[in-house]
Design a protein around this ligand. Structure first.
Ligand code: ADP
Length: 288
């Protein structure tokens, strides 16, 4: 594994790096034990909450979190656990399904652009524009030459978002084929989880290697300094949550001082305005 690319728990794909997913162990846990992880996770959750408050208040950036992974890789679970401490007013989760007729009648990024987060907001994409270079070529839904052009379109689109103040983090939740089978079986055996089951999941599973190849392609061609991909070992759910939380915090922390400064300046301006209004007698100072 490319240990030099690791902040700590997840693996950053360097721009231009050729990724071979089989070289990354989905069961990697960085020598941590589940019982030790809880305290680390709590620490990152608290810091994430604090950073989100600054993000909302300073209003200078937005954050886009893209979650991709094979069926059962834990996209929903990551949202539930990692984002649970966030202020819902500053979050927007979008799940991308098979495009509707209206969406099909537009370019593939149209529906995506409509859902990008405004300043102050953390947008979470449960699946994303990457489906167009994953499920689409795996099933041959569009001509190969179209898909071939999508990689550049995606990079340009993400560049536009980043240039407009969006901090982009893309997570590939990396599970093993064995772990996927265990999770599918668990759904089958557990009555409270059966609603999640579908025949399609088993059919898609047969295309595992093709999916992995296209994931490798997307990660290799669309990881940039302004919109990096992170490979998250995701067989252990607790490790997956910790890795995503840690990466988010490490990525947002450098903005803290800037956001704090913007917030202080806004506070100062508001006080000055209030004092001026009082001096002009526009505000009654004798509140009863
Ligand atoms: P999930 O599996 O994310 O919980 P669904 O079972 O509704 O939710 O699956 C959504 C489906 O939509 C997936 O099979 C996914 O591959 C498909 N999908 C998403 N985007 C596209 C797209 N652009 N083209 C074709 N299929 C897509």
């Amino acid at each position: 594994m490319g240990n030099n690319n690791q902040i700590d728990y997840a693996f950053k794909v360097k721009a231009g790096e050729k990724i071979k997913l089989h070289e990354y162990d989905p069961n990697f846990t960085s020598g941590l034990k589940k019982e030790d992880a809880a305290a680390h996770f709590a620490k990152y959750s608290a810091e994430l909450e604090e950073l989100q408050e600054l993000l909302i208040a300073s209003g200078s950036h937005s954050v886009l979190v893209v979650l991709q992974g094979m069926d059962t890789s834990g996209k929903d679970g990551t949202i539930r656990h990692v984002m649970s401490t966030l202020n819902p007013q500053g979050c927007r989760v979008t799940s991308f399904k098979v495009p509707t007729a209206n969406e099909q009648a537009h370019d593939f990024l149209w529906r995506i652009h409509l859902e990008t987060p405004q300043k102050g907001v953390i947008g979470i994409f449960n699946r994303s524009h990457y489906e167009d270079v994953l499920v689409v070529p795996v099933h041959g839904l569009k001509p190969e030459e179209d898909v071939e052009r999508y990689y550049d379109h995606i990079n340009n689109f993400e560049r536009l978002l980043a240039d407009s103040g969006t901090i982009i983090l893309k997570f590939f939740l990396h599970i093993s084929k064995k772990e996927q089978l265990a999770r599918l079986k668990e759904r089958e055996l557990n009555p409270s989880k059966r609603w999640k089951m579908s025949v399609a999941d088993y059919k898609e599973r047969e295309l595992w290697d093709t999916y992995q190849r296209y994931y490798g392609e997307a990660l290799s061609r669309c990881s940039t300094s302004h919109a990096p991909w992170w490979i998250v070992p995701a067989d252990a759910k607790w490790y997956r949550n910790l890795a995503v939380a840690e990466t988010l915090v490490e990525h947002l922390r450098p903005y803290r001082d800037k956001w704090k400064k913007a917030l202080d300046e806004r506070g100062q301006a508001a006080i000055k305005e209030l004092q001026a209004a009082r001096a002009r007698g526009e505000i009654n100072n004798n509140h009863s």
